[in-house]
Write a protein that binds this ligand. Sequence first.
Ligand SMILES: NC(=O)c1ccc[n+]([C@@H]2O[C@H](COP(=O)([O-])OP(=O)(O)OC[C@H]3O[C@@H](n4cnc5c(N)ncnc54)[C@H](OP(=O)(O)O)[C@@H]3O)[C@@H](O)[C@H]2O)c1
Length: 380
Amino acid sequence: MMSEDSFAFIIHPIDPQRDVSRKFPTLGKLPVWLIDFLSLFFPPVYISEIRGIQSQANGRFLHGWFIACPLTPKRMMTLPANIVYRKIIQSGRLAERLGAKILGLGAFTSVVGDAGITIARNLDLPVTTGDSYTIAVAVEAIEEAARLLNISLATATVAVVGASGTIGSVCTQLLAGRVAKLILIGRRQDKLEEVATKTKAIHDTDMAITAEMNQLTQANLVITVTSAIDTVIEPQHLRRGAIVCDVARPRDISLQVAQQRPDVLVIEGGMVAVPGEVDFGFNFGFPPGMAYACMAETMALALEQRYECFTLGKDIALSQVLTIDKIATKHGFQLGGFRSFERAITDTEIAQIKAHSQSSETIHHQAKVSSQQPVGSVPL
Ligand SMILES: NC(=O)c1ccc[n+]([C@@H]2O[C@H](COP(=O)([O-])OP(=O)(O)OC[C@H]3O[C@@H](n4cnc5c(N)ncnc54)[C@H](OP(=O)(O)O)[C@@H]3O)[C@@H](O)[C@H]2O)c1
């Protein structure tokens, strides 16, 4: 008899105090700088067993485990890549010992260095970053949100912030031909030009590239997916009635947008409803039954019994995105509704945002220049 289908998923603290408190309440009270420092010396942590995921296609059950790599985003992005790899590989070994048949990489564990390639090479189980399904869900979420606010995609200007990145570049390609204009925002012009050329080969959509965050004032819809440690989008960057899908973890969008822009809808990209009566055994901040899209990719591959390194590296093909979307839909994964700044958005709030976006009142916001704003600009 074949042994049970299984997976493991590596998480790590994103908001150091909040997330460390979820497992170790006393440690979570330490100052952030000390958590950052100590995170290098902590071993991988067994978090929980996950049960109850059930395929809607064939009724098969799946179980898994959460494992925490202790490094914080700051540590992940500032330590030499080989030190970070070592810690993630140690976490992967724990997954192997538990009996996982595939390993998913959460948040910055999939961003660092070569995006999973070295990690997979050093482990005996297949590894996937989850980025392919994250792309599919981000684009679906912005489309659904646009529908809710009566914004027609075909006439919309859509900006992708972090368009030079792994996820941003393929989101751009997926949007080509479906929207009126694309604005690609990033810091490296050469990389943005590369993405623009690739995208134009798919569809000759009107396109502009820029390093200026202020160009966001043209966009009706925004997908933001940078690997910045601090926020990059402030209230003054956004057009009246804009919708922003923030896929980045930690968030790209400043809390001030929620406070100062009642006309703007911000949604967290990547929340997916998991099929079955799933018990994660751990509260990672989502409502019951919901997972990040990158977690869902790992689960969907296990339910499909495709124990392979499905998404690895910084170059993702559009075909991979379409394939995982099909597999996930087949097993019953679907867009999990909308959240904004860690809480569910109600219909009343949507109606209020709609009213504010259509009213002629002046929107007041205090200009604050983010410390992580991109520099340099390419004329449009
Ligand atoms: N929600 C989910 O399920 C999910 C799943 C996977 C990943 N993620 C998140 O997605 C994000 C991106 O992942 P990725 O794999 O695409 O990363 P990536 O390949 O490293 O790309 C990141 C992009 O962000 C840009 N960037 C970094 N710092 C910036 C700044 N200060 N200002 C403007 N742009 C900046 C980079 O530009 P340069 O090239 O100029 O540095 C690059 O284009 C991460 O936050 C990750 O945690 C979320």
